[in-house]
Design a protein around this ligand. Structure first.
Ligand SMILES: Nc1ncnc2c1ncn2[C@@H]1O[C@H](COP(=O)(O)OP(=O)(O)OP(=O)(O)O)[C@@H](O)[C@H]1O
Ligand SMILES: [Mg+2]
Length: 260
C-alpha cells in the first residue's frame, strides 16, 4: 500500500482564462483517497471549467494539477503524454456527465455500454463481460432483463444509473461528476443520489462533484469549496460550511435553500 499521507490529487494556483475572461483563478485544494469534494457556486462561477482542468480535459492557463498514480508515483498531469492521459481516463478515472447521452453510447445495448469500459482495460472474455454487465445493471437497480435494450429505450433516471454503472465497472479511483442529478426530475434525483452515495462509500471512491445544489453537497461530500466569479471564496468540511458559513456569499447561498 502506498501511504495515505499523500493526497490523491493536488491542485495549486490553477487558472483558466478564455481570452480576457476568467473561467477560474487561483484555485488550490487537495483531495484525499476515498474523499468526496463538492464544488458549489452559482451558474458561471467556474465549476465546470475547474472540473475540466482538473480532469485534464482542458489545459489550464496557469497552475498545476498533480495526481498520485496507482504505482504510487505523483505526476504532474500537464506533463503526461496524450496516451497516458487517455489511459488514466479509461482506467483510473470515471466521468459522470449531467446529460447521460454525453457519457453513454446511445446506439449500443446497456450491457455493451458497461462491457465496453471493461474491454478497454483488456477484458475480452464474452461470458465474463456479459456477467459483469448484468451484475452492474443490478447494482444500479436496472432489471437484468433490459441488458440488450439500448439507452434510447431507457428513462432519464435509468440512463443516468447506466452511466454510473459504465463508469464504475472498472473500479476507478477517482470519479468526476458534473451536476450528476441536474438533468433529472426531482422525483428521481433522490434515488440516483442515494445510489451514488452508497456506491461511492462501498467502493471507497474519491470524487469531485460539481453541483449548484447544496443538498447534493450535503448528502455526498465530506468537504466542499464554494466558488464565485471564478474564485474559491470558502472551503472546509461540508457540515461546517453549511451550518456555519463564514463568507457572505456562502451565507447567502445557505439562506436561500428552501426549508425541507
Ligand atoms: N468555452 C468557453 N469560452 C469562453 N468562455 C467560457 C467558456 N466556457 C466557460 N466560459 C466562461 O467561464 C466562466 C465560467 O464558466 P463555467 O462553465 O465554468 O461555469 P459553471 O460554474 O460550470 O456554470 P453552470 O452552473 O452554469 O454550469 C463563465 O463566465 C463562462 O462564460
Ligand atoms: Mg457547469
Amino acid at each position: 500500500m502506498t501511504s495515505d499521507a499523500t493526497p490523491l490529487l493536488s491542485v495549486r494556483g490553477l487558472e483558466k482564462r478564455y481570452g480576457a475572461r476568467i473561467g477560474c483563478t487561483d484555485v488550490s485544494f487537495d483531495l484525499w483517497p476515498g474523499e468526496v469534494l463538492a464544488v458549489v457556486g452559482e451558474s458561471g462561477s467556474g465549476k465546470t471549467t475547474l472540473l475540466s482542468c482538473v480532469s485534464a480535459r482542458l489545459e489550464p492557463t496557469a497552475g498545476t494539477v498533480s495526481y498520485r498514480m496507482r504505482d504510487g508515483e505523483t505526476r504532474d498531469l500537464g506533463r503526461l503524454t496524450e496516451a497516458e492521459r487517455r489511459f488514466l481516463a479509461r482506467t483510473d478515472w470515471g466521468f459522470v456527465h449531467q446529460n447521460p447521452a454525453d457519457g453513454l453510447r446511445m446506439r449500443v445495448s446497456a450491457g455493451a455500454n458497461v462491457g465496453e469500459r471493461l474491454m478497454a482495460v483488456g477484458n475480452r472474455h464474452y461470458g465474463r463481460l456479459r456477467e459483469a454487465g448484468a451484475d452492474w445493471l443490478g447494482r444500479v437497480e436496472i432489471d437484468a432483463a433490459r441488458i440488450d435494450d439500448r439507452p434510447t429505450e431507457f428513462s432519464g433516471g435509468m440512463r443516468q444509473r447506466l452511466q454510473i454503472a459504465r463508469n464504475l465497472v472498472t473500479h476507478p479511483r477517482l470519479v468526476f461528476m458534473d451536476e450528476p442529478t441536474g438533468g433529472l426530475d426531482v422525483s428521481v434525483q433522490a434515488r440516483v443520489l442515494d445510489l451514488l452515495r452508497s456506491l461511492v462509500a462501498d467502493l471507497g471512491l474519491a470524487a469531485i462533484v460539481v453541483t449548484h445544489d447544496l443538498a447534493v453537497a450535503r448528502l455526498l461530500s465530506q468537504r466542499m469549496i464554494v466558488m464565485k466569479a471564478g474564485e474559491v471564496v470558502e472551503a472546509g468540511l461540508t457540515d461546517r460550511v453549511l451550518d456555519d458559513p463564514h463568507h457572505p456569499y456562502t451565507q447567502l447561498l445557505v439562506a436561500s435553500i428552501p426549508e425541507a
